[in-house]
Write a protein that binds this ligand. Sequence first.
Ligand SMILES: *Cc1c(COP(=O)(O)O)cnc(C)c1O
Length: 391
Amino acid sequence: MKRKIFPELAQRVKGLPPYLFEAIDRMKHEALNSGVDLIDFSVGDPDIPTPKHIIRKMKSSVENPVHHRYPSYEGMLSFRQAVAGWYQKRFRVSLNPEKEVLSLIGSKEGIGHIPLAFINPGDIVLVSSPGYPVYPVATLFAGGKSCMMPLVQKNNFLPDLHAIPKDSLKKAKLMFINYPNNPTAAVAHREFYEEVVTFAARYNIIVCHDAAYSEIYYDNQKPMSFLQVAGAKDVGIEFHSLSKTYNMTGWRIGFAVGNAHVLAGLGKIKTNLDSGIFQAVQEAGIEALETKEPVLMKIRSEYQKRRDILYRGLKDLGLGVEKPKATFYLWTKVPKGFDSTSFTGHLLNKAGVLVTPGNGFGSPGEGYVRFSFTVPMKRIREAVFRMRTVI
Ligand SMILES: *Cc1c(COP(=O)(O)O)cnc(C)c1O
């Protein structure tokens, strides 16, 4: 017999904020269905393919039956050693590959799971906003409450730690920060990280620094790692991803490094929920971490050219925009008379240009839109040309 009523969705699902891209997805499909030649700046997913040497490694590894079985939970030691080697070379930070490196099925997986390891119902997680939507959602799933740390331009899109309410601080156990930042493209410097370390030690808060964009930088200004600051390893971990650095978003491989106790907690959750990354992908990941500099320079230089075209174009249109020092995002104020949503609709309907409304990343993003320049140069030029007639 067919059941009449299904059990209702759980509270944690019903409590989800509206999915950021739902309304945009709808508008996008309507536009596509009516034959609009859409230029899509709305998704942060590299359009450049994975470098060839990584694909070659994958092809040979997948043939090896050793990799067809369950991988180890914490990741192959050889992959974790490659991570430690990369950290040493890139940041001069030493890591114990056995205890201070954990492989992840993409960094989103680790970010999504970490609150389950440390948050009890009612505990508070400090979440920078606008930001990656997974931080507050993962908090919600663990029964915690998010306390928003607004990122505003006058503070260079760094959270003001002194502005966090004292009663929230008492219950705060975890904090998410992310530099180079999605969506604002802001970068953080040593003084900020030092402040975070002092703050976290004082209030006993675990710092989760999301460094997914550490390798997408411009003008040779390399962003630093949170772990380069003295004491950082005592208070937190850093999430990394191979997704953005090596154009591997579809492969699902990332890692977390830093405090061994925090990583062990996350590892406990993972051993009970997943079974690690396909080992052939880990082998390809090792190959990726050993990518020669010229390959990466070529990718960065492509993004840099795109950035320059888009930045110049928007600036000439009179939009309040700063030149990104890192990430493939451009965060710009909407013109007078618009808000994030109405400007997104305007660009889509009048110019066939799709951007992400800033308020979708959290209320402090209101008044902004995000362009992701994972779009070829020719199309960026075309978009700038089209926008000229509507802004
Ligand atoms: C893309 C992105 C990630 C996650 O990438 P994975 O593919 O899951 O490794 C994490 N944080 C931010 C801010 C991102 O933009």
